[in-house]
Ligand binder design. Sequence first.
Ligand code: SAM
Length: 224
Amino acid sequence: MDEDDELAARRRAMVDLQIDARGIRDPALLAAMREVPRHEFVAASLRREAYDDTPLPIEERQTISQPYIVALMLEAARIGPRDRVLEVGAGSGYASAVASRLAAHVDAIERHPRLVELARERLARLGFANVDVHGGDGSTGWAAGAPYDAIVVAAAGPRVPDALREQLAPGGRLVMPVGGEHGAQRLVRLVRESDGRFRETDLGGVMFVPLVGAQGWSAGSNDT
Ligand code: SAM
């Protein structure tokens, strides 16, 4: 078996054993995860680990999230084919690539310029044309593209930023880890009701790198 076939077989097994078997049901999401080559979003030395059940290190001391967590967040965001999506914390660009297969358009924001550059290069090379990667502080969202039908935040903040609530369309869903900078965090989903109120659901315990920015944590020695 050549390397491409072997990686494709690993990707199918990842979806069957880590995603489908754990209860992710959205057929479009399962299809997108079968299709998006996660091994293209990590360093060459990590390609063979790309379909393991774990987060992996990327540049700038950041991480590409565990595949199951990406699936859990995207399913919870209930992304449909006409939706406009904002991802805060683009990192490698992998989750944006998966989201782009479900949505009409994805804006992704990343604070590390080097990661922005790499994510843009990968997404363009692989043909993910409906994703724009922006550099900057996503804790204040991306007002130019608002309102969003779904907002997915891939870094943990002390609370859901007001700016992100404001950029959610009526009926929109926001999924984000909230809690300690380096410890116990809960994955929460907010739904903006048509009367403007927010309904919150706790989706369980998670562990994410910190959201560093004006409406997140301040940058410091543990700025990972
Ligand atoms: N979803 C990403 C992927 O598929 O590779 C993984 C994201 S990683 C867990 C979290 C990312 O959030 C890091 O790349 C980090 O630099 C970024 N980040 C943290 N605070 C941010 C902020 N205020 N604005 C934009 N990006 C931020």
